[in-house]
Design a protein around this ligand. Sequence first.
Ligand code: FCX
Length: 436
Amino acid sequence: GGSLKEVLAKKIPQEREKMLGIKCLHGDKKLGEIKVSNVMGGQRGLLLLMCDTSYVDPNKGIFYRGIPLKEVCAKLPRTQKGSKEGTPEGAFYLLTAGKMPNKKQAKAVTTEWQKRGKLPDYCFKLLDSMDKRVHPMAQFCAASAALNPESKFVEAYNKGAKKPKYWEYIYEDSMNLCAFLPTVASVIYCNIFKGGKGNRKLDSSKDWSDNFCNMMGYKDSGFVDLMRLYLILHADHESGNVSAHTTQLVGSALSDPYLSFSAGMCGLAGPLHGLANQEVLVWLDKLVAAIGCEPSDEQILKFINDTLKSGRVVPGYGHAVLRQTDPRFSLQNAFAMKNCKNDPGVKLVTRLWKLIPKVLKELGKVANPYPNVDAHSGVLLQHYGMNEMKYYTVLFGVSRALGVLPQLIWARALGAPIERPKSFTTDFLCKFLSKS
Ligand code: FCX
């Protein structure tokens, strides 16, 4: 029992003690060696970060708090009448508390976020003053940072709060930020794509996802369930990816959660990260324009080979860590098979799943020839009428808050210090190498 905050208050001292013990007893043990190629290769392959909210196993896929993502989706409590999906609020509870919520606990997060969600006027004003050419992600980052006058952490810090108490304020800020996000994101959507028209009020009978969809102008319960699933799936992916690591890094300077999250979102906005979901749709549109939506296998294979011959990658395929079909792809495909299996986009994506890996395997250099999360999300959103590809990364961003903010709460709870890796000059490296 107990509220999420009470559960944390009980668990944190135990975890602190465990960490302290490990540090004292094993602080000098080695976890590996650092090669020049690791340093020059984007720190790949180095065990440098600790993260308990989630874990990515190359072959077994993604685990939230030790539970495979598929099982997470199956087991999250169904709190909303008529809904076949769990809620992202439940996933936030799981990632934060470290255990699966029961129905009451998941529902309590929903109620908290309804209560905390009234967006300050200055934030509406900021968003309404934005030029439509400012990319939805840039607007999202600006609004998240601009909410920093709301920070309970800043207030407490300025009053001299003690370090062991920091997490409590980070928790409050994280809860409030999550509560604000559907309004922030839907105002961006309506301002850019719907001429500023849209409902801006949270409805206390609706959960987080339903309010988000409703404020963007989507009433279809199928779309709301897709959104629940989407927001659960994109939430957390260890702590080494750009959005999670940036949030951590900035938070380690004790910048408040609004600033830290905003920084993370600036990273999500890059084409090698969150923006990839946009690229897939552009590629699929080109495929359909070239060979129609029901092409033969031969036509598809030729189109894939032409993409590769032109020096481009097949978007939505491959992964830096995973070595199998991304479970987030499979879960979206399972949703599609249940709800819209005759949609032309869905049919095409499902057929490509059978064809593309064969071609990529034949190249002999692709470490993972299977689809990733981005290969599927776009066609599902389009099925329900959301065609604005430029906006897709904002949905990813709203979801990512549910992973990076629990990571931030725990970093402060465990007293993680400011991050400060040491750098060295090329001269130093050359001298070092000439001696070794
Ligand atoms: N199509 C064609 N070639 C591919 C490929 C693909 N989908 N995926 C990898 N390769 C190629 C690489 O380009 C590289 O070729 P090179 O040696 O000639 O430069 C070779 O295979 C080895 O790369 P690999 O080790 O398999 O992959 P990396 O870890 O370097 O990169 C990404 C992983 C995801 C960046 C890569 O697979 C890719 O570019 N995929 C397409 C873009 C994409 O879908 N991005 C989204 C990723 C993800 F889901 C996310 O973070 O959101």
